[in-house]
Design a protein around this ligand. Structure first.
Ligand code: CU
Length: 300
């Protein structure tokens, strides 16, 4: 089952839009025990909680899903879980989340007016019929109930990563991650893709470029979160195909201070399942991408 480019597969794009709207409706997909909230809102909570869980607790950089090796598998798992719910919502067992290839938009003179933001596409979620119900307070950092429309500040800050920059990282980073396995890791695929180092700042830079709700721990409020992370995941997949002899790091010989990030540690979830980074490595059990060769080409 194939994950397609949002802009070249109208069927997957429309199903994604219909699906998130249904999952967002508390009448159709209620979040059990949380009055007025939906299954979609539980993903906002789950993402926020992952950022509150410092790993280990005596520092404030690495958390259960960011600034550490688990960044890529945690978000792969998060998307696969959403993908399964979307399949139920649109009643299509073949549906897979599409990706947004922002490197194409990076080549435009005005990426903020690119097709992805039209009213037929993701622009519609900035309207009054899509309500943010939980937000990270910018003052306290806590999650709090609200009722307001989605906020974006397209292009006010940050920038979209270039295809050349992405290709160079995939080509040059032979290791999945490097010591100290945090936002300070100077090399390794994970930290360069997450975007704490390097010139492209890939994942972080797209959050900043979209701005508004995408800049908070409650960023899954914006459905583009899933299209963005799908493209981030596609980079990991491309790297996996390019570096067949490199594997996820660290393994289980790493110290307890790397708990939640070692290959057989459980990824943080608000649901019952126990899934590890190791379980997420073989993504082809769940989906494939329509293309990764645009990222693995040697000429840069
Ligand atoms: Cu995240």
């Amino acid at each position: 089952m194939i994950r397609h480019n949002f802009l070249t597969d109208a069927d997957a794009a429309q199903k994604f839009i219909d699906g998130v709207r249904r999952l967002k409706d508390p009448a159709q997909f209620p979040w059990p025990g949380r009055d007025g909230l939906s299954i979609y809102d539980s993903f906002v909570f789950w993402h926020h909680q992952s950022m509150m869980l410092m790993t280990p607790p005596n520092q404030n950089d690495r958390n259960a899903a960011h600034s550490g090796p688990a960044f890529l598998p945690w978000h792969r798992y998060f998307l696969i879980t959403m993908e399964g719910l979307l399949r139920r919502a649109v009643n299509d067992s073949e549906f897979r989340i599409p990706y947004w290839d922002w490197t194409t938009d990076a080549e435009l003179s005005e990426p903020a007016t690119a097709p992805i933001w039209s009213n037929g596409n993701l622009g519609q979620f900035a309207g009054s019929d899509w309500q943010v119900r939980l937000e990270m307070s910018l003052r306290t950092g806590d999650l709090r109930p609200v009722n307001r429309s989605l906020q974006r500040e397209l292009g006010d800050a940050g920038r979209l990563p270039t295809r050349t920059g992405v290709r160079m990282i995939i080509r040059d980073q032979a290791a999945y991650d490097t010591s100290p396995f945090s936002s300070s890791s100077a090399g390794g695929l994970r930290n360069l893709v997450e975007g704490w180092v390097g010139s492209e700042r890939i994942h972080n830079s797209v959050h900043v470029w979209i701005g508004g709700d995408m800049g908070r721990s409650s960023s899954p409020n914006d459905p583009v979160f899933f299209l963005h992370h799908c493209n981030v995941d596609r980079i990991w997949a491309a790297w996996q195909e390019r570096h067949l002899n490199s594997s996820y790091l660290p393994d289980m010989t790493a110290p307890d201070t790397l708990q939640f990030h070692r290959i057989d540690d459980a990824l943080y979830s608000i649901y019952e399942d126990t899934v590890t980074p190791g379980d997420m490595v073989d993504y082809k059990r769940y989906y494939e991408y329509d293309t990764i060769s645009d990222l693995t080409e040697l000429q840069v």
